[in-house]
Design a protein around this ligand. Structure first.
Ligand SMILES: Cc1cc2nc3c(=O)[nH]c(=O)nc-3n(C[C@H](O)[C@H](O)[C@H](O)COP(=O)(O)OP(=O)(O)OC[C@H]3O[C@@H](n4cnc5c(N)ncnc54)[C@H](O)[C@@H]3O)c2cc1C
Length: 364
């Protein structure tokens, strides 16, 4: 099979991303990516308005924070060693069908291929080709703040998730070698206010506001089963952000981009010689390995997004749920396991919220 990868930028290229990857990503990689590692992660803290916080018990190697420019370059080099031709600085302009082939026109050339994986991100052309016009659900904005600040030094080897500072969504501090990625993930409806919300977040943490001037933003297509979208058609298969395979609880998409890319490649190599379309095999693989977990994550995200404070209180007071959630973050449990063990979790959070509201009303 001859494989051509088209990338509009020149590698290594910047990608706006905090670079947090769970340890399970290692299972998908068969090469040494240590050059991309900014920090190994062995803990996490979840805070609500710096008033309350819960700390995950320290554990060896929960995952890593990677430098995306280096990490993605290593991936491209690995693909090259496996035999793919990588054309950098080449932008795909149009995609159309010609008989049984797919025609791809770029700024440099025209290619015809039998199968195409659309891995061109949240706002790429392939999503539109398959007829999805829904805008990405959220946007992420990040800055790098140097380690000289005490708060950032407190996050060495430890991820920080911050709730209650934004009208919706959450903020993060992910440690790196010389600095930290600090950012916010918010629903797209706040996109115009994103920079000022980031300034507010930095100030609330006691950090300088100036870095927000250099903040970079990018769409964050959180997965939702309510957005009816095709993931493939014929021999065109979408992977990663192009298919909105982003964990709606944490905003993690790197693992899902790698996993779906691998499944898409498998589906194509399994069907190309048979003359059958790869979409059938890919749909089955998504149904086995990807969609059930993302659907479960979406269910878990509903109360967290609708009632962040009540969810946090519930999380803080319920040790069993807290431990299980940390197990999910560590990759020892899946969201499916979490929901199977606590199928009424969204309902329990709703009840805890209603009883709190009721108590407040009766005490007035
Ligand atoms: C602020 C922020 C923080 C994040 N933090 C994390 C995190 O800590 N952990 C995590 O797991 N996820 C995180 N994510 C999500 C993660 O970045 C994405 O889910 C992931 O990058 C998806 O990979 P992808 O390959 O599908 O798309 P991308 O990484 O977007 O790659 C798409 C590639 O396609 C190229 N391209 C686009 N259009 C064309 C074209 N027409 N022709 C040729 N090439 C094209 C682009 O140049 C790009 O290189 C974050 C996202 C944001 C915005």
């Amino acid at each position: 099979m001859n494989t051509l990868a088209l990338e509009k930028k020149t590698m290594p290229r910047h990608k706006t991303c905090a670079g947090g990857i769970p340890a399970k990503v290692v299972d998908l990689l068969d090469f040494d990516f240590s050059a991309a590692i900014e920090q190994e992660i062995n803990g996490a803290v979840i805070s609500y308005r710096q008033i309350k916080s819960v700390e995950m018990p320290r554990e060896e190697n929960l995952g890593y924070v990677v430098n995306r420019a280096v990490f993605d370059h290593l991936l491209a080099l690995r693909a090259g060693r496996a035999g793919a031709a990588i054309n950098e600085g080449e932008t795909v302009r149009t995609i159309s069908k010609h008989d049984h082939l797919i025609e791809v026109k770029t700024n440099r050339s025209t290619y015809r291929c039998r199968a195409l994986i659309g891995a061109d991100g949240a706002q790429g052309i392939t999503t539109r080709i398959l007829g999805c016009s829904a805008p990405p659900a959220s946007i992420g904005l990040e800055v790098y703040v140097p380690c000289e600040h005490a708060l950032i030094r407190n996050h060495v080897h430890k991820l920080g998730f911050y709730f209650g500072y934004l009208p919706d969504g959450y903020g993060w501090i992910f440690p790196r070698r010389q600095d930290a990625s600090i950012g916010i993930g918010i629903p797209m409806k706040y996109a115009r206010r994103a920079r000022s919300l980031l300034v507010d977040f930095l100030e609330a943490l006691g950090l300088p506001r100036d870095p927000a001037l250099h903040a970079k933003g990018h769409a964050l297509p959180l997965f939702s089963p309510l957005t009816r979208r095709p993931f493939c058609r014929g021999n065109i298969l979408l992977a990663g952000d192009a298919a909105s395979f982003v964990d709606p609880v944490t905003g993690e998409g790197i693992y899902w981009a790698l996993k779906s890319g691998e499944e898409a490649a498998r589906a194509i190599s399994a069907t190309l010689a048979t003359g059958k379309h790869a979409a059938g095999v890919y749909t089955a693989a998504l149904g086995r390995h990807i969609l059930p977990e993302l659907r479960a994550a979406w269910k878990v995200s509903l109360p967290l997004n609708a009632f962040p404070q009540a969810s946090f209180n519930f999380f803080q007071s319920n040790e069993r749920i807290r431990k299980m959630h940390f197990q999910v973050m560590a990759g020892h449990l899946s969201y499916i396991d979490l929901l199977a063990q606590v199928p009424r979790m969204p309902l329990i959070i709703m009840k805890s919220l209603l009883s709190r509201l009721f108590r407040r009303k009766t005490s007035l």
